[in-house]
Design a protein around this ligand. Sequence first.
Ligand code: PBG
Length: 333
Amino acid sequence: MSPQDGLWLRATKSEGYAVPVSTFPVTRLRRLRRTTGLRRLARETRLDLDDFVMPLFIGPEPLANPELPGLARHSVETLGAAADELERLGVKGVILFGIPEEKDEEGSGAWDDDGVVQRALRELHGRDLVLMTDVCLCEYTSHGHCGVLDGDHVDNDATLELLARTARSHVEAGADVVAPSDMMDGRVAAIREELPETPIVAYSAKYASAFYGPFREAAESAPAFGDRRGYQLDPANVREALRECEQDVAEGADVLMIKPALPYLDVLRAARERFDLPLAAYNVSGEYAMVKAAAAKGFLDERLAAMESLTAIKRAGADFVISYWTKELAGWL
Ligand code: PBG
């Protein structure tokens, strides 16, 4: 008996054990992998710059970050030039994070009309970029938590009004989209009530992750005590993530976001299957930094590793991705 009979695998059954029946040699999956052209035709997922959003950090002083250029800091004054360059490269959206000059217990810099993000928004006005803002208090509070404190715990309900106030001030300064990342219960409803017309990208399933490390350095937002496990999701849970998404849909979110991305592709896939809203993923600072560090040591090719990672995030079900690679991706595509 030879493979040409097509009965080759079946034949072993007579020896007393079951084997899967292959349709080889009728089927040969390698046929479509032979050339670049064939692979292109068969490709299921593509990277398109339209689906990427670049994070921008704005602080009192510009601060280059040579190892992690995506996490460099701009000042309001230098931001215009950075945005011009992104626009020229074809980037379509940015998300702004502010590092205020002064922090306080409540995080009042977050809703200051003359705050760093508000000034940045006015600076960016009129450009062909979707202006998204991260709505959270952690960069603005002296203790670094995402809401106001009652003793040593974060007071959920007292924080809601402050988040809504922050979102409103962002929109008044020119934000197109607000993205609450604090993980308080009820924040989407509170913002929705304040802003009936503004798209809300909800960080619906934001996990208490070790992969935010480089961001917290850049944004000076590490909590002064404790951690964020009292409000961010337990990395072990996926059903709970879907309940968070459900709540955000009910409260009026326009887009659901899963964060981080790469360690949570199963969560992305589960959310994709359950909900019809657009789905976003946040390819966070630690995911970016790992590849950058490995590439700097010559352990892997950054461009290939980054494009593979971003493709995986899209394949898992994300419609768009917030990524520090957005600018570099513009050059690669
Ligand atoms: C603010 C916020 C964080 C990130 C986005 N928004 C930090 C945190 O929750 O500690 C992380 C982004 C990243 O790591 O790239 N709450």
